[in-house]
Design a protein around this ligand. Structure first.
Ligand SMILES: Cc1ncc(COP(=O)(O)O)c(C=O)c1O
Length: 460
């Protein structure tokens, strides 16, 4: 069988057997799929030998590039020892070392090395499970404290925390979540800190953060029923790269403290350097009670997640065997040694390559590009925090009138980029820029240039 025939066969098999996530399969079946066979640095190679710039970090996970030798070696070394053993009733070497390391970097990042007591690491295997763990942990914490009426959560409009049902219950992106409404548990919703389209009808600055006041009103009325506030610190990522105004995150922390509810920071997207600091909470010196980590934790190599809790939360679960205070939750691949070995290597690279320091000129380049592109006719809003950026395209800049969802304006820009050798993925009308942190300035410039061209070609 020749190479092209082989590839055609792969395409047929894909279409015959695979159901792709977040994909209208009818369209997929009519399309020519890009089938990736290799990756190097910030590039992906398809089976035909075409190379693409990975402008979406393989869905926001890749940090140090593909085929990073140190991570490759760490995984290979670990596989020579053992690929997997269970954490239920046993432990493993890389999981222990990583837990200690994570607690240390969370401490350094969030409280400058002073003990934050965010020091108990519960492993799982993806962002959604990290969130499920946090929700169940928060709920059961209050049960043990004798506050069984705390059966709900407060979450944000436009929030996204994953696709499992607990995560969807605290989600707030209607287009993804509303169909599952009948299956979800009750939550309270606070407005999204989306200044470009403020739900409260205010304009920032000068609004005194009405969105926080509304959150407070909900807490005043219902805090006895609320186990925790869950939020994405600084950037509501999948909701459209919505960047909260300065002081908002700190304001939420203060409200949680004032009304005695836990704060769960979902740093699945923002963690591991994406916002320019190790964790987004660091920007506003906020220490949550529980933090959810995944995506970049392994440098984008393997599925792994960690839900890190304060000691006080953990202590509430201690008791005699017969007390049934155990946290009855766990997954088959919890604390997988290969994932933990990759994560340790990923953290070593952060230190050795000073990833966060070298990021600064890249963030400057991105911000200067965003300033420049904001003058285009159909660019309604540009926003970023570090290397997470969104460009919101609008039909009418004056009225902020959006393009109808079905016009797929975002996708059309992304298809254009793909023809030019760049992989990006939109969120509705928002073009997302989120390349690996290791991207070179030259490659970043190329990525931004092609996005600019795409927007001009498609939207004018
Ligand atoms: C903030 C946030 N939380 C949770 C998730 C879910 O992660 P996963 O897709 O690994 O389940 C995502 C995914 O994009 C996310 O952005």
């Amino acid at each position: 069988m020749g190479i092209s025939e082989d590839n055609r066969h792969l395409e047929e098999l894909d279409k015959k057997y695979i159901w792709h996530p977040f994909t209208q399969m009818k369209e997929w079946l009519d399309d020519k799929p890009v089938i990736i066979s290799e990756g190097r640095d910030c590039f992906l190679k398809d089976v035909h030998g075409n190379w693409y710039l990975d402008g979406v970090s393989s869905l926001w996970v890749n940090i140090h590039g593909h085929g990073k030798i140190e991570i490759d070696d760490a995984v290979k070394d670990q596989i020579d020892k053992i690929a997997h053993s269970t954490m239920l009733g046993l432990s493993n070497v890389p999981a222990i070392r990583l837990a200690e390391r994570l607690v240390r970097i969370v401490d350094q990042s969030l409280v400058g090395g002073r003990q934050s007591a965010l020091n108990k690491v519960f492993y799982s295997d993806n962002g959604s499970t990290a969130v499920e763990v946090a929700l169940k942990m928060a709920f059961q914490y209050w049960v043990h404290k004798g506050e069984k009426e705390r059966v709900s959560f407060l979450s944000l409009k436009n929030g996204y925390h994953g696709d499992t049902l607990g995560a969807v219950s605290v989600g707030g992106v209607d287009i993804f979540h509303s169909v599952f409404g009948p299956l979800l548990f009750k939550t309270y919703k606070a407005p999204s800190p989306y200044c470009y389209r403020c739900e409260c009808g205010e304009a920032h600055p000068g609004c005194d953060m009405e969105c926080l006041k509304r959150m407070e009103e909900t807490l005043i009325e219902n805090s006895r029923e609320i186990a925790a506030v869950i939020m994405e610190p600084l950037v509501q990522a999948a909701g459209g790269m919505i960047v909260s105004p300065p002081g908002y995150l700190k304001g939420v922390r203060d409200l949680c403290t004032k009304y005695g509810v836990l704060l769960i920071a979902d740093e699945v997207a923002t963690g591991f350097g994406r916002t320019g600091r190790m964790f987004a909470c660091e920007h506003e010196e906020v220490v949550p009670d529980i933090i959810c980590l995944s995506k970049g934790i392994t440098g984008g190599y393997l599925p792994l997640a960690a839900t890190v809790a304060k000691e006080e939360v953990y202590n509430a679960f201690l008791g005699e065997f017969k007390d049934l205070k155990t946290f009855f939750h766990g997954h088959s691949y919890t604390g997988n040694p290969l994932g933990c070995a990759a994560a340790l290597a990923c953290l070593d690279i952060f230190e050795r390559e000073k990833t966060l320091e070298v990021l600064k000129p890249k963030i400057e380049m991105l911000e200067s590009f965003l300033r420049d592109i904001s003058s285009l006719d159909h660019v309604g809003d540009v926003r970023n925090r570090g290397m997470m950026a969104g460009i919101e395209l609008v039909r009418d800049k004056e009225t902020k009138g959006p393009y109808p969802w079905e016009e797929k304006i975002g996708w059309r820009v992304c298809y254009y980029a793909r023809e030019k050798g760049v992989i990006i993925r939109p969120l509705g009308n928002v073009i997302v820029i989120m390349p690996p942190l290791s991207i070179s300035l030259d490659n970043l410039e190329r990525l931004l240039w092609i996005i600019r061209e795409g927007i001009i070609k498609v939207a004018g």
